[in-house]
Design a binder for this molecule. Structure first.
Ligand SMILES: [Zn+2]
Length: 317
């Protein structure tokens, strides 16, 4: 049993793509699942591939922020049962339902609508449960190839070839994870329709107002693409489209007029806009709290751009 491991060293540092596919196939199709946790955890990990420091450490606060967001939206917003037995509450579901009742939070609220201090409090509680039940379990399913961890630490460390692999196949693997999570939830929540769509959208925020205000203060109310100043509300655009990155980082946001935003749709802008965004980030970085740019590097944005294209994002302009 691996779920109660406190420490996991990397089993191999030399890992081929075949070995990784083999472990992923085992994880997706044969590993034992009594709750949805491992899928939710892997989904959160995939949302954080570009939030690691130079040593490829992923801080638990970032990982479990996204894990908590996913579970809040599944459990409270969608009211979905998370274990494989009706008599057996999963502890994460219990924690979240208790918070919702205690603070009388409307059930339709998404995680990003909660007050920031409450979000942080919930993340710390879920982090405790996640450390206990998920990090070792997932580590065991992938045979110790993906990361090393010590529960005393505040981060796990990714195996370099595995991190590259996950970036290279990010879109396929994200979709597979969504599919398996939806399949699990569908089995134990038979009355719900459109489970896959719910899962695919579970990480989406209610709104991006916070980012609009920061960008408008730092860059003014002009469209990043056409340069026009707009009196109307500008859209907050994911430079690398959301469907691909599945996260909301300030360094991947630009302001866009309605017309540019609609025309760009789910595509990436052409290469010269990458340079413009690197400049914008330089400027914004000086004016906001440091954690908005945690682990950001210009090279990371360039790498993300290249991987987005090789993962099938079309180019606009
Ligand atoms: Zn425009």
């Amino acid at each position: 049993m691996a779920w109660d491991l406190k420490v996991g060293e990397l089993k191999e540092s030399y890992v081929t793509e075949d070995m990784i596919w083999q472990r992923l196939n085992y994880f997706f199709f044969d590993a034992k699942t009594t709750t949805s946790y491992k899928y939710g955890f892997f989904k959160a990990l995939l949302e954080n591939l570009y939030v690691m420091d130079e040593e490829r450490n992923l801080h638990y606060d970032y990982l479990f922020y996204d894990f908590t967001k996913i579970y809040w939206n599944l459990v409270v917003h969608h009211q979905l049962w998370q274990s494989n037995a009706k008599s057996q509450y999963s502890s994460i579901q219990r924690i979240l339902e208790d918070v919702q009742i205690e603070h009388t939070i409307p059930k339709n609220w998404r995680f990003d609508q909660l007050p920031v201090s409450l979000q942080q409090e919930i993340v710390q509680n879920i982090k405790k449960a996640g450390k206990q039940y998920v990090i070792g379990a997932f580590y065991g399913d992938v045979d110790g190839l993906f990361y090393r961890f010590h529960l005393k630490d505040e981060s796990l460390q990714m195996n370099p070839p595995v991190l590259q692999f996950l970036k290279k196949y990010q879109r396929l693997i994200t979709n597979l994870t969504n599919y398996q999570l939806a399949k699990f939830l569908e089995k134990y929540n038979p009355d719900f329709t459109q489970m896959l769509i719910r899962v695919e959208q579970v990480s989406q925020r209610e709104n991006l107002k916070e980012f609009r205000e920061l960008l408008q203060t730092a860059c003014g109310a002009t469209c990043f693409y056409c340069g026009k100043t707009s009196k109307k509300t500008l859209h907050v655009d994911h430079f690398i489209p959301w469907f691909y990155v599945q996260n909301d980082k300030l360094w991947n946001f630009v302001l866009a007029c309605a017309s540019c935003n609609t025309r760009k749709n789910k595509r990436v802008p052409s290469q010269h806009y990458v340079k413009a965004l690197l400049l914008q980030n330089q400027q914004v970085q000086q004016q906001v709290r440091m954690d908005y740019f945690y682990a950001y590097q210009p090279e990371k944005l360039e790498e993300l751009y290249q991987f987005a294209i090789s993962n099938g994002c079309k180019v606009w302009l």
